[in-house]
Design a binder for this molecule. Structure first.
Ligand code: GLN
Length: 272
């Protein structure tokens, strides 16, 4: 079978599990060749399909996310290594970086804190955006911190990034000019697509019966750690702006909401 034929056949099978079957097939083919998707589409369609392709298709048919199969995901201006121990960075979360860029412009923040850094996506996107910034990533998972530190290294950002294991802001000393945070916010028992539910870390997704448990913990911590002119950008679920915002306002912070590209409430923008 040629690459072209194998892509068509795989896309037809993947339609049963994915909304983007052709794209998935192309990304898996690129991974099988250890080449870019452009390279596959522009130069390799008439070649024989590599043997490594079919096992990758089988993994995707079992709902495994593409990012875990390829081990990579693009976020903002950077490319991150990801694996089953960390949440896969989502385009929605770029809303937090957009809000920070709108506030700080080119000058940028001095000190950046990312609470629940996971793969390091938000922290490393901020450090890549602002070459003068220093950042700290906090996570309760040692496995996540190892992924984040590896990403900092690969991206040449390790000299400006530090990491610590722990629970939200516990034991950290501010002030931070920019606090970024994508906490768990899914209601316990809520329906999630199988690729998320069965593959991504539950600790990064679920936050109690109303999905607000972690905002309750974060509100006093962020109020304590934020500098007087600082900004905190906290991701929320699309229906949580009022309830989550009230928790931060009760700690003396001003809250506004920024929407994602789909027009859904996605980011609480918090100031003193
Ligand atoms: N937006 C994610 C999802 O529903 C949830 C991420 C999170 O809880 N921080 O897939």
């Amino acid at each position: 079978m040629t690459v072209s034929e194998a892509l068509a056949a795989a896309a037809a099978r993947l339609a049963a599990v994915s909304d983007t079957p052709r794209l998935d097939a192309e990304l898996l083919m690129a991974h099988a060749f250890d080449a870019s998707r452009d390279d596959v589409l522009l130069a390799r369609l008439a070649e024989p399909a590599p043997a490594a392709f079919e096992p990758l298709v089988r993994r995707r048919l079992a709902q495994e996310p593409i990012a875990y199969i390829t081990g990579r995901r693009a976020f903002w201006t950077i490319d991150l290594a990801v694996g089953p121990g960390v949440l896969i960075p989502r385009p929605d979360s770029e809303t937090l970086i957009e809000a920070a860029v709108a506030h700080f412009g080119r000058a940028g923040p001095g000190r950046v804190l990312d609470l629940g850094t996971g793969s390091g996506a938000l922290l490393l996107a901020a450090l890549d955006q602002w070459p003068g910034a220093l950042g700290h990533g906090r996570d309760a998972s040692a496995e996540a911190l190892a992924v984040a530190a590896g990403n900092a290294d690969r991206l040449g950002l390790a000299a400006r990034a530090s990491f610590s294991l722990g629970d939200w802001g516990e034991g950290l000393t501010g002030p931070f000019d920019l606090v970024l945070c994508n906490p768990p916010y899914v209601e316990e028992g809520a329906h999630l697509p199988p690729g998320v539910r069965d593959w991504e870390p539950a600790a990064a997704l679920y936050a109690g019966a109303d999905g607000l448990d972690d905002y309750r913990r974060l509100a006093p911590e962020i109020a304590r750690l934020l500098s007087p002119q600082g900004l905190a950008c906290v991701e929320i679920g699309a229906t949580q702006a009022t309830a989550a915002g009230a928790l931060f306002e009760a700690q003396g912070l001003g809250a506004s909401v920024r929407k994602d590209l789909a027009g859904r409430d996605r980011c609480l923008v918090l100031r003193r």
